[in-house]
Design a protein around this ligand. Structure first.
Ligand SMILES: Cc1ncc(C[n+]2csc(CCOP(=O)(O)OP(=O)(O)O)c2C)c(N)n1
Length: 326
């Protein structure tokens, strides 16, 4: 058949509007459950919601292949879902259960599942940036074509290892995407109080790599920028710094305050989910009933995961030193 007569090819599942919306709601409802379970005292430590930032991780990960690698922060539940991790195992991990993503030994801030290309979430601010550089270097040395993505915050972009990684990754043209999620605050410090330049993406210029600023709540815009950066990295042309501008959820974590209380609900103005839903409906990909059905199904999936996690056993004492390396 001549190409003009051929029906357009179906986009891959992760790019279809219904599937993207489903994953957005999975992240949103997962985070709501994480906050609730924390409030009920079902796990300790802290939890850092990815609410309001869902579009960024989903759009970046949709530009990747299954063999690529993702690293994220303690605010990493969204990246884990975007990377393909199982929601039931994620809730179990929150609660420290044996069926958890890391057999209950990682908790909210350390989700990791190599089988789903998630090479770890890190509680050390910026810790994953040089790790991602190292993985990208290993790929280069091994002659592979995988791309590594590191998600991190605006605060992390002020740490020394960020600059060291930019320098070496640009010098060696490593297959790396540095995705800075500028949600405006590092706990209580607004980024304008911490940056010597107007935009985090401006910092790329000093290292000789592209720096791109994008609206992190605009799924399609982030996907376009990420797809170009992935192509560049895979072609051997080196890293890209992407600044995805978002607005942080109400506060830094389920525990701590931080940020201005009068601006606490400002994230609702840039919330990517209603925006994406509106777009999908306007395009005719969904109608309102379908969008609501998708939301309800995602919520039900999370609630089933919560019930399973609560009922699941804790690891036995004999597992205490298993998977521990010294
Ligand atoms: C090396 C290090 N310094 C300080 C902290 C304490 N800390 C935890 S989160 C955080 C703020 C980081 O903000 P940002 O990078 O903007 O990410 P966000 O939490 O906004 O996603 C700080 C300072 C830490 N965990 N690690």
């Amino acid at each position: 058949m001549p190409s003009a007569d051929r029906p357009p090819a179906d986009p891959p599942a992760e790019l279809r509007r219904a599937e993207v919306l489903r994953r957005m709601w999975l992240i949103r409802h997962f985070e709501e459950a994480a906050i609730r379970l924390y409030g009920e005292g079902r796990y300790r430590g802290s939890t850092h919601p990815y609410i309001a930032q869902e579009a960024t991780a989903l759009a970046v990960c949709a530009a990747l292949r299954p063999t690529d690698t993702v690293l994220a922060t303690y605010r990493g539940h969204g990246a884990a879902i975007a990377a393909g991790c199982d929601v039931t195992a994620m809730v179990a991990e929150l609660l420290g259960k044996e069926s958890g993503l890391c057999k209950g030994k990682g908790g909210s801030m350390h989700f990791s599942h190599v089988g789903d290309r998630l090479f770890g979430c890190n509680a050390i601010v910026s810790g994953q940036i040089p790790m991602a550089g190292g993985i990208a270097l290993a790929t280069r040395i091994d002659g592979g074509d995988a791309v590594t993505v590191a998600f991190f915050g605006d605060g992390a972009s002020c740490e020394g290892v960020f600059y060291e990684t930019l320098n070496m990754a640009a010098l060696w043209k490593l297959p790396l995407l540095l995705v800075c999620e500028n949600n405006e605050y590092a706990i209580s410090t607004h980024y304008t109080q911490a940056l010597s330049v107007a935009r985090i993406s401006d910092r790329a210029r000093g290292f000789g790599l592209p720096g791109v600023h994008v609206d992190g709540c605009d799924y399609d815009a982030v996907h376009d920028v990420a797809a170009q950066a992935v192509e560049r990295a895979r072609a051997g042309d080196g890293p890209t710094l992407i600044e995805a501008k978002t607005v942080r959820w109400t506060r830094h974590s389920a525990v701590a305050a931080g940020g201005s209380s009068e601006g606490a609900e400002r994230w609702r103005e840039t919330d990517p989910i209603p925006r994406f839903t509106k777009l999908a409906i306007a395009e005719g990909a969904l109608d309102e009933a379908a969008a609501e059905r998708i939301r309800g199904e995602a919520q039900a999936e999370v609630e089933r995961a919560v019930e399973a996690a609560i009922a699941a056993p804790f690891p036995p004492l004999s597992a205490l030193t298993a998977d521990v390396f010294a």
